[in-house]
Design a protein around this ligand. Structure first.
Ligand SMILES: CC(C)(COP(=O)(O)OP(=O)(O)OC[C@H]1O[C@@H](n2cnc3c(N)ncnc32)[C@H](O)[C@@H]1OP(=O)(O)O)[C@@H](O)C(=O)NCCC(=O)NCCS
Length: 156
């Protein structure tokens, strides 16, 4: 497996599998091409002999000078559980450290129990929650009515 910075040319192959990788959820509107153009220094693609094995879209906060944010992470279902997601996050963490930033944030839907488990294993902790869904802490209506989010943070 090889990991490199993301490129604009990665948009089409990723967007064409995005909804499938998310189990049929409609995700495309949340990942416009601009992320593949303006956040290349902090976004990464993992490739193997079959093509794109996974990707992470992250950026350095323009406002919060010690923080970075991971917007999306996805791994091909055929290679999940083999460390691809962790390796992609480690690349983003290295980019953060190089920029002298030490707080990483991201959010996920509380019903996405795999994503919640993944982030917890990587050392993220839920912040600012006031509600529990089957033991998972989340911020209700964070991104609009019914759009609950687990707000994760990790110190590097
Ligand atoms: C979440 C996702 C990116 C994880 O990628 P992955 O490559 O399978 O994860 P890794 O193999 O690197 O696992 C990293 C850690 O998370 C844990 N983990 C991964 N999948 C898990 C699962 N299904 N259940 C419990 N823990 C899990 C692993 O045990 C591992 O811990 P360890 O390294 O201490 O052993 C992948 O499942 C995915 O693409 N899901 C669909 C998209 C999505 O929901 N993205 C997140 C929201 S934006």
């Amino acid at each position: 497996m090889h990991i490199r910075n993301i490129e604009s040319r990665d948009y089409q192959p990723i967007i064409s599998v995005l909804d499938e990788w998310w189990g049929g959820r409609s995700m495309r509107d949340m990942l416009p091409r601009l992320f593949f153009i303006h956040f290349r220094d902090t976004s990464f693609v993992a490739t193997d002999h079959n093509g794109i094995a996974g990707f992470v879209i992250g950026f350095l906060s323009p406002t919060l000078s010690n923080e970075g944010y991971i917007h999306f992470v996805g791994v091909n279902p055929s290679v999940r559980g083999r460390g691809v997601g962790r390796a992609l996050y480690e690349h983003f963490f290295d980019a953060m450290r190089s920029a002298r930033r030490y707080i990483v944030r991201c959010s996920t839907a509380p019903f996405n129990t795999v994503s919640v488990a993944f982030h917890q294993r990587l050392g993220f902790q839920a912040q600012m929650f006031d509600t529990l869904l089957q033991g998972i802490p989340y911020s209700p209506d964070h991104d609009g009515p019914g759009e609950h989010r687990v707000l994760f943070a990790k110190d590097l």
